[in-house]
Design a binder for this molecule. Structure first.
Ligand code: ATP
Length: 244
């Protein structure tokens, strides 16, 4: 495995996570780590259990056992609100942008009291994204898919998080907008944010991340760096239908 990946304790550590919705287990005992400053992906097909993993970290899945440590604290029994206040920001797959509110209002309604001392305020969050900065009075309904994704990320970051969890941020976006989402991920990471990215698009995953976990039918079936994954043609063929 990858114990030499970290100088320090990982920011997020998941051990033997078993989770489901009452009709059998969706996750069947998964282990993974996200080190401070890393971009890590959970990749896999539809229904593999990627979203369930993120929702489990947030305490939103009804049946769950295992250990989840964030910043050294066991958060597995903790409420969603407390986990978010302690520094995990989440951008779900459906971006939940309010169409009738402006960019600024979309951020204002999302703002919650936070424990973090270095919480970015709303203007800082808007300023991080050029296309939001220039259109801050625009309504949610006037934004492109890419702009909505940026707004959803900005909204998650208003809470001053240490870890950003993104669920398929490039889904349904045109290729040049996918590139701009990739650049945003790279920039936020350069600025010190740790990122856990859920993706079906293995190319996006390899473009932006340091380390990958392949999830299939609720189990981690592969772990490796981008270089290792790009050389693992059997894994790419089997789980992503990518042929060289
Ligand atoms: P996708 O890309 O389709 O979102 P995923 O890898 O994120 O795939 P999950 O959304 O975690 O997969 O779904 C894993 C399994 O759990 C699927 O069989 C799905 O039907 C089931 N599931 C997900 N959410 C719920 C829910 N709220 N209630 C019941 N079953 C659910």
């Amino acid at each position: 495995m990858s114990d030499d990946r970290f100088d320090d304790d990982p920011l997020l550590s998941v051990r033997d996570l078993v989770a489901g919705y009452g009709l059998g287990n969706v996750l069947r005992g998964i282990d993974f780590d996200v080190g401070r400053g890393e971009v890590v992906t959970l990749i896999g097909r539809n229904g593999a259990g990627k979203t369930t993993t993120l929702e489990s970290i947030l305490g939103n899945v009804p049946e769950m056992t295992g250990e989840i440590h964030f910043n050294g604290v066991d958060i597995s029994k903790q409420s969603n609100d407390k986990t978010i206040r302690e520094g995990i920001a989440y951008v779900p797959e459906e971006r939940r942008v309010f169409p009738g509110l402006t960019i600024r209002e979309n951020l204002e309604v999302a703002q919650t009291p936070v424990d973090s001392a270095d919480a970015r305020d709303i203007d800082d969050a808007i300023d991080m994204f050029e296309n939001l900065r220039e259109n801050r009075g625009s309504l949610g309904s006037e934004l492109s898919g890419g702009e909505q994704q940026m707004l959803a990320i900005a909204r998650a970051l208003v809470s001053g998080a240490d870890l950003l969890m993104l669920d398929e941020p490039t889904e349904g976006l045109a290729p040049f907008i996918v590139r701009s989402v990739e650049e945003t991920i790279e920039r936020l990471n350069d600025e010190g944010l740790t990122i856990l990215l859920v993706e079906q698009n293995v190319q996006v995953a390899m473009n932006v991340a340091d380390h990958h976990y392949v999830l299939n039918e609720g189990e981690i079936v592969y772990e490796g760096t981008s270089e290792e994954l790009s050389e693992s043609q059997d894994i790419l063929d089997e789980y992503f239908g990518v042929t060289s």
